[in-house]
Design a protein around this ligand. Structure first.
Ligand code: GUN
Ligand code: FE
Length: 431
């Protein structure tokens, strides 16, 4: 038609499963999804009428699910996965984490590790992620560049920390703020899929001067923010000691303008006071629930299901290397197990997280950060994972819902055979 701009269309066929809400699994069996310019146009049983030239991807009887969003991970801790998990947070940081993060002054080391992390995010289907780098500006820029090249969607933060760390992993407040502004200017090149996020490590790692400066940067650049909150009782006690005037931990961040509404993600949030809970809700802060990490380093069990029902924004985080794996299937299993134990501890007065609730957390929990991903409604980015569970080889039949259970709770990540972002099949990233 005259004047009409040509759209790039693609057709995909298979069994589509998504968490429409935390209570409803949506299933489109043997259905057609039409994508236009990388976005979902329609999904239904009828094959849309399209030109002969439109590419058709037929995934037959395979399961097609939204990609996972990993809302909290430390890319620079990947080589520590599985190490030191018999310690608790503050000792673990000193003994394992800070020495490892100091290695990221070396760009060659950084590149080797980041390539592995990116390969795993791809392999495990975490096409959306929110990532801590180290305090090193160059390493952080490199991580952003490599993510962009791999076609993954991510927020990445240069860590800020100017106290309570060893000399070999330390920056002054001035250095930290100057490096952060430089990093923000230089990271503009990676804008479309990979975005910067302000990242004070956690309140105890930062002086008032640093937090104040970061608050100004958040305002100047209108940026999102990530940090840690209420992960262990010892950490909470340390915050009270270091910030005696603050009523609670969250207020420290609030005081310095570090809680941009709807654009803040806080990892853990286990030991929240009533006041903090009200404030988390009011500020629309996303909670990154990290069950693997919380169990490994004995941090505690978060009342995630209560929070979901009370309207908090919550998603899942692997938190490597507090968590031992980047596999979201692992994190999903740990979310189930820790909520089941909490349910038992409360004499079954509250149920554990249901399958669909956890599926919702893993795919839509990051909606404040990745509103374009996580489902199959018209207008969303055409993002999905193809799961080949080979059920036709098994001696009995399973419903589509049962197949999803098996994939999430039982199967090997190798069942993920294809990853699609904005209607493009992502090639395997180079190691
Ligand atoms: N709190 C401050 N730094 C860290 C970290 O690296 N990992 C975890 N789990 N908690 C933290
Ligand atoms: Fe963490």
């Amino acid at each position: 038609m005259k004047g009409q701009i040509e759209m790039k269309q693609e057709l995909f066929f298979g069994n589509w499963l998504s968490a429409a809400t935390d209570e409803k699994l949506e299933i489109h069996e043997q259905s057609w999804l039409l994508a236009e310019d990388g976005k979902i146009k329609s999904l239904g049983k009828e094959k849309p009428q399209v030109a002969e030239s439109v590419r058709v991807h037929n995934f037959g009887d395979k399961l097609l699910i939204p990609p996972f969003s990993d809302l909290h991970l430390h890319a620079v801790q990947a080589m520590n996965c599985g190490l030191g998990l018999d310690l608790t947070l503050l000792d673990w940081l000193k003994t394992y984490t800070y020495p490892e993060e100091s290695r990221f002054a070396d760009p060659a080391y950084a590149e080797a590790v980041f390539r592995r992390v990116i390969h795993e995010l791809w392999k495990f289907g975490s096409l959306n992620s929110i990532i801590f780098s180290s305090l090193h500006k160059e390493a952080t820029l490199l991580l952003m560049k490599l993510l962009q090249e791999a076609g993954l969607r991510a927020y990445v933060g240069k860590v800020n920390m100017d106290r309570l760390s060893p000399d070999y992993l330390h920056e002054s407040a001035e250095e930290s703020l100057a490096a952060t502004r430089e990093w923000l200017e230089e990271s503009r090149a990676y804008g479309a899929l990979v975005k910067p996020i302000i990242t004070p490590r956690f309140a105890p790692s930062c002086t008032d001067q640093l937090l104040e400066g970061l608050g100004l940067i958040v305002e100047d650049y209108d940026l999102p923010l990530q940090s840690h909150l209420n992960e262990t009782p010892e950490e909470v006690a340390l915050v009270h000691e270091l910030f005696p005037r603050a009523q609670n931990y969250l207020e420290v961040y609030e005081h310095f303008g570090l809680l941009p509404r709807g654009k803040t993600v806080m990892a853990h949030c286990i030991y929240n006071s009533r006041e903090e809970e009200a404030f988390l809700l009011e500020k629309q802060i996303t909670i990154a629930h990290c069950p693997s990490s919380n169990m490994n380093i004995a941090s505690g069990i978060s009342r995630i299901r209560d929070y979901m029902k009370e309207g908090f924004l919550i998603g899942l985080g692997s938190d490597i290397s507090g968590g031992e794996s980047l596999s979201m299937q692992q994190v999903i299993k740990d979310a189930l197990k820790s909520s089941a134990l909490l349910s038992r501890k409360r004499k079954l007065t509250v149920p554990p997280l249901s399958l669909n609730e956890i599926f919702y957390l893993a795919t839509r929990g990051g909606r404040a950060f990745f509103p374009e991903s996580g489902g199959f409604e018209e207008g969303l980015s055409c993002d999905f994972l193809v799961i080949d569970d080979e059920v036709d080889k098994l001696p009995r039949q399973f419903s589509l819902e049962e197949r999803l259970h098996r994939f999430l709770y039982y199967a090997s990540p190798d069942e993920i055979t294809t990853r699609v972002l904005a209607a493009v099949i992502l090639p395997e990233p180079q190691l």
